[in-house]
Design a protein around this ligand. Structure first.
Ligand code: MN
Length: 244
């Protein structure tokens, strides 16, 4: 049975087709017969708290809970857009939360799982923001605000993020090769799976003389993207919108 990985769907009410593609994929035989489904961050464009009463979180919870009910574990790791997603929503959605940087045995191979943003060490400005927003104090403050204030804050954060992405060199926003090597070495793995950069690829390289792999998941902007690992088979493929 295959183990499936997705990330960077950036689900948002403004892109209903992608939400439908996510729902139809989670209802597909491939997912319902999988060994497990991993969602490695940025499932949504913005997450303002588990108490959000909007429709999208409910649709997501319905879709993932049905996968779990079919006997398929659903694992979720937060990304830089949905890092406020917590245990309350995970329980409602039938998902098990994973820490960024956890190692899971995937088909007999220890595999390091990350969202990927911590590997982009050349982006100093982003890493400074990340340190701030990941503190319990900052998160407690944001979550204490009324939903309307949090929605306004999320809109501003998206605007600032777009401005930063638009004005920062592509190479700075990719992973740093030394950070990748050091992180894999300390985790004791030769395979890493992550998202975040929206540059889907299977990179083969040498780590301390051993063959190693860094698999990058694709985003769901123009179409879907799925990584399927089944025994020795590693397949990264797109999901066309017309499969809805
Ligand atoms: Mn991301």
């Amino acid at each position: 049975m295959a183990t499936l990985f997705i990330a960077d769907l950036h689900l948002d009410p403004s892109r209903a087709q992608i939400t439908q593609l996510f729902e139809s994929y989670l209802a597909s035989a491939e997912v319902r017969h999988a060994e497990a489904l991993y969602i490695l961050g940025d499932l949504v464009e913005a997450w303002i708290g588990d108490d959000d009463d909007a429709e999208l979180p409910q649709h997501i919870a319905d879709a993932t809970r049905a996968v779990r009910a079919a006997g398929v574990p659903v694992y979720f790791m937060v990304g830089n857009r949905d890092f406020l997603l917590g245990e309350a929503f995970a329980a409602r959605a039938g998902m098990t939360l994973l820490d960024d940087g956890i190692v899971h045995d995937i088909h007999g191979r220890p595999t390091l799982l990350m969202h990927g943003d911590v590997l982009c060490t050349d982006d100093i400005a982003y890493q400074a923001v990340r340190r701030q927003v990941r503190t319990p104090e900052w998160q407690a403050h944001i979550l204490s605000l009324p939903l309307a204030a949090r929605r306004a804050f999320a809109a501003k954060a998206r605007h600032d993020s777009k401005a930063h992405t638009g004005s920062t060199m592509e190479s700075i926003m990719d992973v740093n090769a030394e950070a990748v090597a050091a992180t894999m070495r300390s985790a004791g793995v030769t395979r890493l799976i992550h998202g975040h950069t929206h540059r889907p690829a299977v990179h083969a390289f040498e780590l301390d003389g051993k063959p190693a792999e860094r698999i990058v998941l694709g985003d769901w902007y123009e179409h879907g993207s799925v990584l399927r690992v089944d025994g020795d088979v590693v397949e990264l493929r797109g999901l066309a919108l017309d499969r809805i």
